[in-house]
Ligand binder design. Structure first.
Ligand code: SAH
Ligand code: DHB
Ligand code: MG
Length: 218
């Protein structure tokens, strides 16, 4: 079945995404420098770009940069004068992302902050609110990251969280996998927090069976 998922993603990419030298070079560079191939897919990246444009995003926050593949898709959604802050634990990942963003001509719009995202977020005072937040880092911290997205956002802020289905692992109530425990804590928080309207949508494709949380700050 997953062979079919990949073939359909290839069809979608060939029909709707076209050739993209910058994004292809990003993935080649990531692999050459030892980064794991856990970026969003091309179809998902364009979805993030379109969602950010639909939201009219001018100020985007990303948690989990890796080599900047999703960052490039999101930064492309920004209007003139827009900006993106992306948080990454690993200095090597951040360095590769910086190269990829320079190659994409987007370095002037994107600020990469290195270190544990929880620390980077705690150091961020409330200022001009973020209107779009993409969370894609360590899954055990997802509810903290959503709480920080609410603090640094405003009514109407869009919050997307990657990898919330994990081949169905999310429904394993007794799991001792801290990523599953973290994802289930995220769902508990979304269910209980009156400041959010939220859903989750399962996906299949080049990245297997997974899903996104989509939430809006009320
Ligand atoms: N958003 C990227 C993929 C991110 S992979 C894309 O789609 O292209 C997850 C990233 O989160 C990895 O680079 C990992 O180093 C980073 N990460 C893990 N724990 C983190 C933490 N505590 N703080 C910040 N980043 C973290
Ligand atoms: C992993 C992380 C991701 O963000 C992803 O999209 C896929 C896999 C991981 O840590 O294995
Ligand atoms: Mg992910």
């Amino acid at each position: 079945m997953s062979g079919g998922w990949q073939a359909v993603d290839d069809y979608i990419a060939a029909k709707l995404l076209g050739d993209d030298d910058v994004l292809a070079a990003t993935l080649v560079n990531n692999a050459a420098r030892g980064l794991p191939p856990i970026d969003v897919s091309a179809a998902q990246g364009k979805m993030l770009c379109l969602l950010a444009q639909m939201a009219g995003a001018k100020r985007i926050l990303e948690v989990g940069t890796l080599g900047g593949y999703s960052t490039i898709w999101l930064a492309r959604a920004l209007p003139e004068g827009g900006s993106l802050v992306t948080l990454e634990l690993e200095a090597h990942h951040a360095a590769v992302a910086r190269l990829n963003l320079e190659n994409a001509g987007l370095a002037d719009k994107v600020e990469i902050r290195t270190g544990p995202a929880a620390d980077s977020l705690a150091a961020m005072a409330y200022g001009v609110p973020f209107d779009f937040v993409f969370i894609d880092a360590d899954k055990q911290s997802n509810s903290l990251y959503v709480a920080e997205a609410i603090r640094l956002g405003c009514p109407g802020t869009t919050i997307i969280v990657d990898n919330v289905v994990r081949e169905g692992g999310v429904i394993e109530a007794g799991s001792d996998d801290e990523r599953i425990i973290g994802t289930r804590a995220l769902f508990d928080m979304l269910a209980a927090d009156p400041r959010l309207a939220a859903t989750a949508v399962q996906t299949v494709g080049a990245k297997g069976w997974d899903g996104f949380v989509l939430a809006r700050v009320i």
